[in-house]
Design a protein. Structure first.
Length: 353
């Protein structure tokens, strides 16, 4: 499967229409510091985890003349991301670390920020702007169970931290300790996550690109799965790239599905998720339709990827809308229409039984 992922996906610029949309919904903002500014670090050291394994992140350092200004501007970004940009509380914030990821396509900076009054800390990320990621974040915000907080401009993308246990770590360290009931519940959630990723064409959901979120509920732990990387939104030409089940990193999850769920249960959970997504599509109203229309007018992939994907989806669904698509936005539109039509047919069928 790794060979099916492009070695380096290009970055796509924000179109004028997309910029207007992002302005309208309070996503667009001029930040006091850009991604390119953070690249001017003067030194770095590798970051290791608790088991002394290289995390592929490096902790970066800046010259004394730049560090104070960088720290202040990162605190300012934090206030813009989480409130109204009011600087009254900035003196209580401290930038504990600035880490740079050397692995992957987006090469983000991870900012660790701490409130010195109570030692609470959180993270946010500074990345290079990419239209694919902007569409991916918006789709996640509208079509998943989770709201997302991000800010963007022509140079930089600021994303809030999504809490949870990274999927690869969960599979290795936590999954073996789960009881049978928990494993069945995780299998169910993975089927739903797989279906949701496929419908909105979010690619490359390998185990390190999603997190598992445990929540204590009365006498049990409920597990949810959340995507954390939206770089591969509607770019690749191979349909299987948008189906997490086919990545070797996720095989332990798929083995769980096979051993804990029968065929009827799997189909039931797929139908449930399609229905939920369909209801979100229909209730999102103008905002989603406006975004899809903008996406239809923008080039977001290579011609060969578009040709391959639309034919694979036509073969999978027999829906001519996929075959006639002229852009990735057209394919997304066809996917949403397909899910809505399926939901309405099922709903009408149940209504007259």
């Amino acid at each position: 499967m790794d060979k099916l992922i492009s070695k380096k996906k290009p970055f796509f610029s924000i179109s004028k229409q997309l910029e207007k949309y992002l302005n309208q919904y309070n996503r667009w903002i001029e930040t006091p510091i850009f991604y390119s500014d953070l690249l001017r670090f003067s030194g770095s050291v590798s970051v290791f985890d608790k088991n002394d394994q290289d995390t592929l992140w490096i902790r970066v350092y800046y010259s004394d003349t730049e560090r104070n200004e960088i720290d202040f501007n990162l605190k300012k970004i934090y206030t813009l991301l989480h409130s109204d940009g009011n600087e009254s509380g900035i003196q209580h914030l401290n930038i504990d670390a600035i880490d740079y990821c050397t692995f992957g396509n987006s090469k983000p900076f991870r900012i660790k920020i701490r409130n010195i009054l109570n030692d609470n800390f959180t993270y946010f990320y500074v990345k290079k702007t990419d239209a694919s990621r902007a569409y991916g974040l918006e789709f996640e915000h509208m079509l998943s169970p989770y709201n997302l907080n991000f800010l963007i401009n022509a140079n930089s993308l600021i994303e809030e931290h999504i809490s949870g246990i990274p999927g690869d770590i969960f599979i290795k360290e936590f999954l073996p300790k789960c009881n049978d009931s928990e494993k069945s519940q995780i299998a169910k959630e993975y089927v739903k996550f797989n279906e949701r990723s496929m419908i909105r064409l979010l690619g490359d959901m390998r185990s390190y690109n999603y997190v598992v979120v445990p929540t204590h509920d009365f006498d049990q732990v409920v597990y949810k799965i959340r995507a954390i990387d939206f770089d591969q939104q509607s770019f690749e030409g191979k349909f299987s790239v948008y189906r997490p089940q086919f990545f070797k990193e996720n095989f332990p999850m798929m083995n769980l599905v096979k051993t804990k769920l029968n065929h009827n249960s799997i189909n039931q959970y797929k139908i449930e998720e399609r229905s939920i997504v369909a209801r979100r599509i229909m209730s999102s109203g103008k905002r989603l339709s406006e975004l899809v229309k903008i996406m239809q007018s923008q080039i977001l992939t290579k011609p060969e990827n578009l040709k391959k994907l639309k034919l694979e989806l036509y073969k999978f669904t027999s829906d001519k809308k996929f075959k006639n698509s002229k852009s990735m936005g057209d394919i997304i539109s066809a996917s949403f229409d397909f899910v809505k039509n399926h939901y309405l047919k099922v709903d009408l069928y149940n209504l007259f039984q």
